[in-house]
Write a protein that binds this ligand. Structure first.
Ligand SMILES: O=C(CO)COP(=O)(O)O
Ligand SMILES: [Zn+2]
Length: 210
């Protein structure tokens, strides 16, 4: 894909997320690793429903702006994750309803906020560690996500939202949609007796990919 095609893909996927209610207002941000030395990221304060390809921010790995508008205030955590995990090629950060609701609960299991009860959650995401609350844009989010970037594909930011990675932007968006759906089911099933997948069932899925 050319760089221009990657920009257009980001605009289209962001609009699709916005139109289906995964994000509102100016919340959330997306990024893609363009090459060894540069990332593409959504501008700060922008609605994911109304991005423009030629205004997306291009940054070097130190966070210097090479092209486009002022980048997301969360670019520092995006950069930290790319620097620590070379397999991470795209990142979606949203305040989607069910995952954000989950992030506000007390007494979450910080190693894994959603225990597996469906195969696609295991195949696409696996587990959901929780990062403690810091204000949006705080460099501590970058420090924590950098330290844990190799631990998994998705992270819940306490009292804030979710961060999901992928092998490209389509993969990161698909992982995010699956995870938001899993959080929704988690709440629907809240007062029911759930049969969780057994360790053997989870391991069998892990070995098969998606
Ligand atoms: O979700 C957000 C902060 O956590 C949105 O911030 P930006 O508009 O700077 O990307
Ligand atoms: Zn946010």
């Amino acid at each position: 894909m050319t760089e221009q095609e990657q920009k257009i893909e980001m605009v289209n996927l962001a609009r699709s997320l916005f139109e289906r209610g995964y994000t509102v207002g100016g919340a959330g941000n997306l990024s893609v690793r363009l090459d060894e030395n540069r990332i593409l990221v959504t501008p700060t304060g922008s609605s994911l429903g109304r991005l423009q390809a030629d205004r997306l921010s291009v940054l070097d790995m130190e966070g210097n702006v090479l092209e486009g508008d002022k980048p997301s205030k969360e670019s520092i955590f995006h950069l930290a994750m790319y620097q620590k995990n070379p397999n991470c090629k795209a990142i979606v950060h949203l305040h989607s309803t069910y995952l954000t609701a989950l992030s506000c609960l007390e007494n979450l299991d910080t190693d894994n906020a959603i225990k597996a009860f469906t195969p696609y959650y295991v195949m696409r995401v696996g587990k959901l560690p929780v990062i403690p609350y810091y204000r949006p844009g705080d460099s501590n989010i970058a420090r924590e996500l950098g330290e844990r970037a190799l631990d998994g594909k998705a992270f819940l930011l306490a009292n804030h939202g979710v961060v999901v990675t992928g092998s490209d932007l389509v993969d990161a968006v698909d992982n995010t949609e699956e995870l938001e759906e899993t959080a929704k089911l988690h709440f629907i099933l809240q007062s029911q007796k759930v049969r969780y997948l057994t360790d053997d069932e989870v391991n069998d899925l892990k070995n098969r990919g998606k």
